[in-house]
Design a protein around this ligand. Structure first.
Ligand code: DAT
Ligand code: MG
Length: 148
């Protein structure tokens, strides 16, 4: 089983899209392993987006991520990293296909609602950044045997 970090960024919370987005993950068959609301500090945002340091949009991205509460989640399941990226759509909402989260709910590149780890290695590092081990819960969903 693979795990991935998902963030519903401040625009998703402000636009009341949290329930709609979580519904899609549940519907797909992924298992929720952890969830909390976080007001990200500048330090946390810097660590989370360290790979983008120096890019023209970096400062604006940090301001955005710290501008209000974020919902941080860990979702688990078969191919959870790539499945999450497919549910999200492309980075730019204007180029994302209808049916994806970014394709259905946004036009922006920066304010694109959701973060999902881009590899299993990134997922491990990002989960450790946002969650303590004891904040993640292991359990079996009742329909697990029927879902891939
Ligand atoms: P993704 O979130 O699809 O993994 P990324 O890791 O390349 O995209 O970039 C991280 C975030 O930075 C992205 O969600 C939105 C913002 N971003 C990326 N490219 C940008 C750009 N050209 N202008 C403004 N913001 C950008
Ligand atoms: Mg990324």
């Amino acid at each position: 089983m693979q795990r991935t970090l998902v963030l519903l960024k401040p625009d998703a919370v402000q636009r009341r899209l949290v329930g709609e987005i979580i519904r899609r993950f549940e519907q797909k068959g992924l298992r929720l392993a952890g969830l909390k609301m976080v007001q990200a500090s500048r330090d946390l945002a810097e660590q989370h987006y360290a790979v983008h340091r120096g890019k023209p949009f970096y400062e604006s991205l940090l301001t955005f991520l710290t501008s209000g509460p974020t919902i941080a989640m860990v979702w688990e399941g078969r191919e959870a990293v790539s499945v999450t990226r497919l549910l999200m759509g492309l980075t730019d909402g204007a180029r994302s296909a209808p049916g994806t989260i970014r394709g259905d709910f946004g036009l922006s590149v920066q304010n694109n609602l959701i973060h999902g780890s881009d590899s299993p290695e990134s997922a491990d590092a990002e989960i450790a950044l946002w969650f303590r081990p004891d904040e993640l819960v292991n359990y079996t969903c009742a329909d697990a045997a029927w879902i891939g």
